[in-house]
Ligand binder design. Structure first.
Ligand SMILES: Cc1cc2nc3c(=O)[nH]c(=O)nc-3n(C[C@H](O)[C@H](O)[C@H](O)COP(=O)(O)OP(=O)(O)OC[C@H]3O[C@@H](n4cnc5c(N)ncnc54)[C@H](O)[C@@H]3O)c2cc1C
Length: 446
């Protein structure tokens, strides 16, 4: 079968195994070599691709219920194949919310843990691993191992953020958060320059959630943007607003891109026009109430929006650096190289918790995610950006990557790679779990 992840690059023809039971998965693992787990394919690059075989877990339900919530201690026990959408559908109407919410609800829980995802509240809540108390993992011997921050903790911290390379997460116990309502109170602030945008983003980082959109169209408006911050409204605020904000059941998107568009759709004039429209529409907003979909998942409003980039696909480049000057430098390089990005998202990360996944992406500092249509010369410029990020002591996000070089990756993640590889060698000595990403980045075995 033909597979690609969200960026539609790279693509691979491979064998896919679907809906295996735990016993079947264990026996597959014992008898085979060279495979990787796949959730919902919402990583952008090659993290869940393998040329031999893919273990497709997106529909896997290892027990009848799929998920069970224990209200007494706010813990959710959930199968890794369940999607975040299902978790939200089941519990959000009761004001129980997943602790870390990414920019799409279409990820699987296993994929979210394997990427140790961050959300708009990273500065308060850290990455997902902080909220996971237990994982059941099928390792390379076919044995199921329970790992927690205290028991088999080496396996736990290498599996969170480990991109599926330590084993298959079968189920997870996750501490959920409670909210008073299901609507958000949002503040929208437009900023006409990058400097102002960064300052405003830092200031508004005392809100529960905060992230900013950046215009990276390479025009004279390059660097301007909009800060979106907010928090869940209190019950009293919702009452005051009346019926219009009464709890909305979670809806699916109705719009869809039916087929791949021409790759010429995104060029500098169209990107400029889109950015201007978006900027001016937001200029008219101020403090508003909004739904969970509007606040967290605007991109999910259109199914298959990745097809807008055409068949050749695109790359999302997300980095974090400790210094704002380095972020500013990169934004300037993009303009100089005429590498306009269709989408730019700035997030100010807070301090990481004491423990986090060995290969987790975030660190305290300034993160920018950008979408670039694939074209000749793109990788050369991204290699140059990698060098800047690495020299500044920063990271590029593996969940979005499809092209970084092993040597650069080593320099970026340093000691964390050695620690990860030691654990990988202990639980998967023959490198059974492997992906195109792990081969490219030499993350197989020591
Ligand atoms: C529109 C969009 C917005 C996004 N926003 C954010 C964001 O705000 N923050 C953020 O951190 N990320 C974000 N992401 C990235 C996304 O959260 C991660 O890539 C996540 O891993 C995708 O989950 P998936 O189930 O689709 O995994 P896949 O892409 O299928 O797999 C991703 C990795 O998880 C591993 N994996 C999957 N299931 C299992 C399992 N059961 N056991 C072990 N390993 C497994 C795979 O081997 C692979 O290495 C975004 C992605 C998109 C497309």
């Amino acid at each position: 079968m033909h597979f690609a992840n969200w960026g539609n690059f790279p693509t691979v023809d491979t064998l896919s195994y679907n809906q295996l039971s735990i016993a079947e998965l264990a026996s597959f693992i014992r008898d085979n070599h060279g495979f990787i787990a796949r959730g919902n394919g919402r990583s952008y690059g090659d993290a869940s691709l393998n040329r031999n075989s893919i273990l497709n877990l997106s529909k896997a339900r290892f027990n009848e219920k799929g998920m069970v919530y224990n209200a007494a201690d706010s813990e959710l026990i959930v199968n890794s194949g369940c999607a975040l959408t299902e978790v939200l559908n089941n519990y959000f109407p009761e004001h129980v919310i997943f602790p870390v919410i990414p920019g799409t609800k279409k990820v699987s829980i296993g994929g979210a843990i394997a990427a140790d995802i961050h959300g708009k509240d990273h500065h308060i809540n850290g990455t997902l691993s902080k909220h996971v108390s237990c994982l059941d993992i099928l390792t390379a011997s076919g044995e199921m191992i329970t790992a927690t921050p205290d028991k088999n903790s080496d396996l736990f911290w290498s599996t969170c953020g480990g991109q599926g390379l330590t084993g298959i997460i079968v189920s997870a116990t996750i501490k959920m958060l409670k909210t008073e309502s299901s609507v958000l109170r949002q503040r929208v602030t437009v900023c006409e320059s990058l400097d102002k945008l960064i300052n405003e983003s830092c200031q508004q980082n005392n809100s529960q959630y905060c992230a900013s959109w950046v215009d990276l169209s390479g025009t004279k408006s390059h660097g301007r943007g909009v800060v979106f911050s907010g928090r869940f409204a209190s019950a009293a605020e919702v009452m005051e607003q009346g019926n219009q904000f009464l709890e909305k059941k979670y809806t699916n998107s109705r719009l869809s891109i039916p087929c791949y568009c021409t790759s010429k759709l995104f060029n500098q004039p169209t990107v400029k026009a889109f950015n201007s429209l978006y900027y001016y529409l937001n200029k008219r907003k101020n403090n508003t109430f909004t739904s969970i979909n509007g606040f967290f998942f605007p991109l999910d409003a259109v199914n298959n929006w990745n097809r807008l980039y055409g068949r050749k696909g695109f790359v999302q480049y997300q980095f974090v650096v400790p210094q704002k000057e380095v972020l500013q430098k990169i934004v300037n390089v993009i303009k100089k190289e005429r590498l306009y990005s269709t989408l730019g998202v700035l997030k100010i990360f807070g301090k990481q918790p004491k423990h986090y996944g060995n290969l987790s992406f975030p660190m305290e500092g300034y993160s920018l995610a950008m979408d670039f249509k694939l074209n000749h010369g793109l990788f050369k410029t991204l290699d140059y950006l990698d060098e800047i990020v690495s020299d500044a002591g920063g990271h590029v996000y593996l969940a979005k990557d499809s092209r970084m070089k092993a040597s650069t990756f080593r320099r970026m993640y340093g000691k964390a790679v050695d620690e990860f590889l030691e654990v990988k060698a202990k639980y998967d000595p023959n490198g059974k779990f492997s992906s195109m990403l792990s081969k490219r980045l030499k993350l197989n075995v020591i």
